[in-house]
Design a protein around this ligand. Structure first.
Ligand SMILES: Cc1cc2nc3c(=O)[nH]c(=O)nc-3n(C[C@H](O)[C@H](O)[C@H](O)COP(=O)(O)O)c2cc1C
Length: 214
């Protein structure tokens, strides 16, 4: 397993949106398992986890992705390519399954969660389909951030990608049949020695222009 970098800030300074991956270097299973664990530990509103994460390592599938990704090569060259998807629909059945899973996990009666379940059901019932899809997407961005930070802590390079043709991804990966829709992706692996972006200075506004302390 890759050694973890010293701390979060060092890891975030080290990481950058990798444009060119070393296609020969693969993430080992132990490291990848840790990154997956971190990904599914992502918090979400109510804990509802309205997502699916498609992890693509099959090279024949990865090779089909650059033309569907603004001709970016990261999907083909990286080691693991994750497509972050929202659920096709946020439903009362999903809430019910979550409540039952919570009760089982915490060894408590389902009935003790009735008020919690009702609150969530009321929340989703009050929203339009478009609002719910937007809400699910916002949860998925939290997962994207968590994925990048966790990967960086393990010394794994990453590139978040919104430059994808979502409809084409959905079709190729048969996502509606899997009950989900693609939103964005993250390529993970190891930077190529000649990726010139690796040494570019980080561009962030100054703390004074970004943080407001009250
Ligand atoms: C949601 C999101 C989508 C992005 N989409 C792409 C993309 O499609 N291709 C790409 O090369 N970089 C993409 N980026 C990378 C950003 O351009 C990059 O993170 C930003 O310029 C900051 O640079 P840094 O990540 O190297 O610190 C994306 C970043 C985010 C957060």
């Amino acid at each position: 397993m890759e050694t973890m970098l010293n701390n979060v800030v060092d890891s975030l300074k080290w990481r950058y949106a990798t444009k060119k991956f070393d296609c020969k270097r693969k993430i080992d299973d132990a490291t990848w398992n840790q990154i997956e664990e971190a990904l599914i530990l992502t918090p979400s509103s109510f804990g509802l986890q309205p997502w699916k994460f498609i992890v693509i390592t099959d090279q024949s599938v990865k090779d089909q992705l650059p033309p569907l990704s603004w001709n970016q090569n990261q999907p083909a060259d990286c080691s693991h390519y994750v497509v972050l998807c929202r659920l096709e629909n946020m439903t009362v059945d999903h809430v019910k399954a979550f409540v039952e899973h919570t009760a089982k996990t915490r060894s408590i009666p389902v009935d003790s969660l009735a008020a919690y379940g009702k609150m969530m059901t009321d929340f989703i019932s009050a929203k339009s389909e478009a609002e719910l899809n937007d809400w699910m997407a916002r949860q998925c961005y939290i997962a994207l951030g968590n994925l990048m930070t966790a990967a960086s802590m393990y010394g794994v390079d990453n590139c978040p990608m919104e430059g994808i043709d979502q409809a084409a991804y959905d079709k190729l990966l048969r996502l509606p049949e899997k009950g989900c829709r693609s939103l964005m992706s993250c390529a993970l692996g190891y930077r190529a020695a000649d990726d010139k972006y690796a040494n570019a200075a980080k561009v962030r506004f100054a703390k004074a222009d970004t943080l407001i302390h009250i």
